[in-house]
Design a protein around this ligand. Sequence first.
Ligand SMILES: CC(C)(COP(=O)(O)OP(=O)(O)OC[C@H]1O[C@@H](n2cnc3c(N)ncnc32)[C@H](O)[C@@H]1OP(=O)(O)O)[C@@H](O)C(=O)NCCC(=O)NCCS
Length: 168
Amino acid sequence: MSAPAAPNEDLPTELPGVVVRRLTAVDAVRYRSVVRANAEHLGRDGDWQDEIAASIGDVEHRFGDAPDADRTFGIFEVGVLLGQVTLVHGAPPKWGLGYWLTDAATGRGVMTVSIRAVLTHARVTLGATEVLARVSHGNEASIAVLERLGFAPIARLTSSTRWRRVLS
Ligand SMILES: CC(C)(COP(=O)(O)OP(=O)(O)OC[C@H]1O[C@@H](n2cnc3c(N)ncnc32)[C@H](O)[C@@H]1OP(=O)(O)O)[C@@H](O)C(=O)NCCC(=O)NCCS
């Protein structure tokens, strides 16, 4: 595994004007303010309580460039931060996946195209071979995203289902 060659490069998506870019500590203040503004939306299924409670310092630390750091990509449209996709540093070449959109950005396919761009980056730049995601039971919008992207359910747990996509 190697670090991204150009961590701050805009990666295009299939939606014109929508790009993803790996976030750094410089983005922490803006990121936290978007999370706080969407706390009700993100708090609905309980998965994002730590994200909502995070301090700016927590976010700066998370966006650091340690070799074993998670890779969080901001989703931008004309400079506006619409959400994020995180490649969770699990056991490379296997990675985890986490994602959210602002309430206003849902319903347009933004997440589907953004994750697709990040998965291509993960495969080509990080040598990822497999990506795993965990979705709370009842989070139908998130399940629909994973199904559109070719993920398959592999384990039903107490409160969530684990999904996997093999990258080829
Ligand atoms: C999960 C979440 C990102 C899904 O957002 P989303 O907008 O439904 O997902 P997409 O961006 O892929 O958009 C899909 C919607 O756009 C529509 N769409 C329009 N053009 C599309 C296109 N080109 N491609 C795919 N979908 C398109 C789809 O029909 C769908 O609309 P529908 O829900 O009315 O059927 C969002 O609900 C969210 O942020 N939730 C809170 C956080 C969360 O649950 N994160 C995941 C934890 S596992």
